[in-house]
Ligand binder design. Structure first.
Ligand code: SF4
Ligand code: SF4
Length: 183
């Protein structure tokens, strides 16, 4: 795999329990998927699946929901034996430098006061799942903020694409959707 365009920075001290790569269903964007395809050479349909709302706790208004004839679905990373397909048995990520933005920013939650992600209102550690990570003493918080801004930007772009798809009359298949996002 080629070097990442992003800087490396320790974010947390962590027990490497693997919960964050096992328990959640990981929604990804077209940008995440493009990076993973480039890094792995795998086709899109071997990386993602389209997951029903029964598996995810996102509200109806979330921009992740893609409308298909069979109902709404979200594009998420595939799992293997109940864990992310890219997690090794030693709890290492095989696509570390190309991992999705949401993986890059976890377990930080950074909120902004304004809609343009300029002024930070809160930085906290995510507690949605059993995670004992602590803020790393030498963290480069600027790099984490930059990652969150990138995540928010790419989410907004992806949600606009999904919205346009959902507005179109005839709903296609998941293969049509992947073609629509050019992957
Ligand atoms: S970040 Fe949290 S959930 Fe993930 S491996 Fe570390 S301690 Fe476990
Ligand atoms: S892509 Fe990597 S960091 Fe993200 S859930 Fe999978 S193994 Fe974990």
């Amino acid at each position: 795999m080629k070097d990442s365009p992003y800087p490396k920075h320790p974010k947390v001290t962590c027990s490497r329990c693997g919960n964050c790569c096992s328990i959640p269903v990981v929604p990804i964007t077209h940008k995440d998927l493009a990076r993973i395809i480039k890094a792995t050479g795998k086709p899109a349909n071997k990386i993602v699946r389209f997951c029903p709302d029964s598996e995810m706790e996102y509200d109806d208004e979330s921009g992740i929901w893609i409308k298909f004839k069979s109902g709404k679905r979200a594009m998420v990373l595939r799992k293997k034996k109940e864990k992310c397909m890219f997690l090794t048995k030693h709890y290492e990520c095989t696509i570390y430098t190309a991992r999705p933005q949401t993986c890059r920013t976890f377990p930080y939650s950074i909120y902004f006061k304004d809609g343009r992600d300029r002024i930070i209102s809160e930085i906290s550690l995510n507690k949605v799942l059993d995670c004992n990570a602590k803020r790393h003493p030498s963290i480069d918080i600027g790099a984490v903020v930059a990652d969150v801004r990138r995540e928010n930007r790419e989410d907004r772009e992806y949600h606009r694409l999904v919205e346009q798809w959902n507005k179109s009359g005839e709903k296609g298949t998941t293969a049509d959707f992947l073609q629509y996002i050019k992957l």
